[in-house]
Design a binder for this molecule. Sequence first.
Ligand code: 4AD
Ligand code: MG
Length: 439
Amino acid sequence: MAGVPVASGSADPIARVFETPAVGQRVRLRGWLQRSRSSGGILFLLLRDRTGFVQATAKRDVIGDAKFTEAEHIQVEGSLRLSGTVAEDRRAPGGREVRVDEIEVIDAGLPFPIFQEQTEEFLLDKRHLAIRSADHVATFRVKAELLRSMRRFLDQEEVLEVTPPIITGNPAEGGAEAFTFDYFGHPGYLSQSAQLYLEALLFPHERVYSLTPSFRAEKSRTTRHITEFMHLEVELAWCDLPELMSFIERMIVDCLHDVAAKRPKELEALGRPPAELAALAAPFPRLTYAEALERLQKVGFPVQWGSDLGTAEERALTLEERSPIFLTHFPRELKAFYMLRSSSDERTVEAADLLAPEGYGEIVGASARETKVDLLVERLRAMGADPSEYEWYLDTRRHGSIPHAGFGVGVERILRWVLRREHIRETTPFPRTPSRHTP
Ligand code: 4AD
Ligand code: MG
């Protein structure tokens, strides 16, 4: 904004104040005001930067009347720079404070509109400001750590990162929930899943993954659906369902152990003791769809073969669990056209959903893929799709078709469970839901 001085010079991260040798040293800090109070000629400023918080005390007789008055008028989230000496002070957060001798207001700011007791709607309208809150900061640090960890794991497993398109000419997961638009006079669809492209890329690379946004025009307002989510998808050649499930559980366990080790403070602050993640171990329990029906019927659910297992059913199956569980071998009609028919039971497909414990629901969708063109065409027709639109995909089965399998992880779904968030929108900075695509 106009009048903001150009940033110049170096500064110390706030975290330096709390390093062992810092006491008695002079530091130069910059950041945003968390809160302040003035009493008896002393101004107490709680300053934040990306590395933490520190209390700074500024005395009127040290910095002078004019600077003191100017500093008193900095609003919450106003920006400033200061220099001073680090001192021990038991009353200060973290046991140390900075005794200020120089202060420069960068932008005193207008009164910050975010307080404690505001409605969800207001906070969503002001999301661009609300994301400065401690909960959001912790959430997106954990999210970054999880993404980093998943990429590291996949790299170790020699799975190649590829970049599939977002603009597509045919829906991957069924037309009903695809966002459609006019692409220069042709129907265009925002990607619901990169899978079909990953399957094509698998032939030259054998093991591929992508991390892209996926879009679902789901009108359902639930606490686990957003219309744009981050989708980590993996496709592995020469792989069947049991091998795929063991890959998935190794990845989840490895990555969540890593997140627990690297972000314990953030996890703790958000209500997930890191020890709970560190205790996760493979293999996860496995339950067939048929076994799940039996379990549900015993506790009074009116489900039978062919019933879709929704939020309530998933919740009932996992409420008492501490570990995620795999649900496998669903009836063919409930699942996508590309899933491989089970050879042991023609009614079912070689698919697995991974359900998070504690009732958080599906976090991974996985399957072995159908390799035969005629069976794919049959399933596309049954779905009401036009197989000619999928010619390019069917081609992949005409030139060296091989057994393969893959899965998709909803990054925000995992986080909702890991961070015990009531609503999935808290796991993404700018959530998109049927009622909101702004800010
Ligand atoms: O189960 P889904 O629909 O499977 C696929 O899209 C496969 N093509 C993936 C693959 O095999 N490559 O979606 C995969 C995961 C779900 O398990 C869920 O975690 C997440 O994506 N997901 C959503 N997350 C948030 N909001 C939504 N509306 C979601 N829909 C799916
Ligand atoms: Mg699914």
